[in-house]
Design a protein around this ligand. Structure first.
Ligand code: TXA
Ligand code: MG
Length: 348
């Protein structure tokens, strides 16, 4: 299959947008930009189309997809009830990086929800995404547009690297603004619970709806419970090289990583280092990359997946990373980094 790449970085091309809508309505796949990461879209109400997403990504079929909508009224057509908290959260954060889980209506096929009676819904905040959702019929199932297990794509080039020849079309909207996937909140039972941390953090949610819980499996690596979001169970965001996060006082972290770099260099290896703008010049060798500035949290989340992908291309022997426990986005960033590192954390 020849994958069409449509450049919409400066403005939306109406003709190509109509073509994307046609592909989606006919059951094909179109990748598109959102404010979080690029999504791989298909008609959410067409089970066969949803199956194509799983095939293109190599994704386990019990891992449900998020349904993307462009208009609030469309929510009522696919979910049983919309709790008051959901209305408040949608008012405040939609369109935006928040996904909410509801009891689904029959119209949403089990192929889209991975066999669950609940459905995850989000209204993304990106003009290309919103236009495409409407053009494609209003309900677009979309996971991140990466091959399962690879870092999520934050540019159209990342999508092409993973999906070229496997999908009909990629809409290029430039680099994304946030860089980590949406916050997922379960509103289908009891106290609203965060199943995946994202840009919209616990404090922001609590300001709108009061008490919010966090799925305990997110808080501890050795928690015996199963995470409630099936996707959080799988190994994710993994760079090819073994990765270790080094936590502690800045000076101790730099000293420890420099020792390990020397060891690797002596063995003739090239280690990778994930640093910040403030510390990048302090490492003695290896492939040092800055994730961004610690005084600008979004610069860090925005570069996270791109840095992991670059290391895959450079074929480093291993990766040492500073920790990024920043005040607002820290939980979302570290959740992805800890997974990328396969939970290998060293405290110094
Ligand atoms: O920012 C985002 O949310 C991006 C963009 C493209 O919108 N999408 C995204 O989709 O991250 P994906 O498929 O990579 O992650 C969806 C997550 C998975 O962990 C999945 O298990 C969970 O949402 N999920 C989906 N439906 C669910 C449901 N009914 N109950 C619990 N978890 C659900
Ligand atoms: Mg994903």
């Amino acid at each position: 299959m020849q994958t069409i790449i449509a450049d919409m970085t400066n403005q939306i091309d109406e003709k190509e947008m109509a073509q994307a809508g046609k592909i989606l309505k006919e059951g094909g796949l179109v990748a598109f930009p959102t404010e979080t990461v690029y999504g791989l879209g298909a008609n959410a109400l067409d089970e066969q189309a949803a199956f194509k997403i799983y095939a293109a990504k190599g994704r386990p079929s019990d891992n449900p997809l998020i349904v993307h909508i462009a208009r609030m009224e469309d929510l009522y057509k696919i979910v049983q009830t919309v709790p008051e908290e959901a209305v408040k959260l949608a008012d405040k954060f939609w369109p935006g990086p928040l996904t909410m889980i509801f009891q689904k209506k029959e119209i949403v096929p089990y192929g889209t929800t991975g066999g669950l009676d609940t459905v995850a819904v989000r209204m993304p905040n990106h003009p290309v995404a919103l236009k495409m959702i409407e053009a494609g019929g209003g309900y677009i199932a979309a996971p991140s547009a990466n091959t399962s297990g690879r870092p999520s794509p934050t540019t159209a080039q990342h999508v092409a690297d993973d999906m070229d020849g496997k999908i009909e079309m990629i809409l290029d909207g430039g680099s994304v603004g946030i860089g980590v996937e949406s916050t997922i909140v379960d509103l289908s039972t009891g106290v609203p619970t965060i199943l995946r941390p994202g840009y919209i953090n616990k404090a922001m949610l609590e300001e709108v709806i009061g008490q919010v819980e966090v799925d305990p499996t997110l808080l501890s690596a050795d928690c015996k419970q199963r995470p409630k979001a099936p996707g959080m169970r799988y190994k994710h965001y993994a760079p090819k090289a073994d990765m270790v996060i080094v936590e502690g006082e800045e000076e101790n972290v730099i000293a420890y990583i420099n020792d390990r770099i020397c060891e690797e260099l002596k063995k003739g290896n090239c280690p990778g280092v994930i640093a910040s703008d403030e510390t990048r010049h302090r490492y003695c060798g290896g492939a040092v990359k800055s994730m961004g500035s610690r005084s600008d949290e979004l610069s860090i989340s925005r570069h996270l997946y791109a840095v992991l992908r670059e290391f895959d291309e450079q074929q480093v022997s291993c990766i040492f990373s500073e920790a990024f426990e920043t005040p607002n986005l820290g939980q979302a960033i570290m959740n992805r980094m800890v997974k990328a590192a396969g939970h290998q954390i060293i405290r110094v």
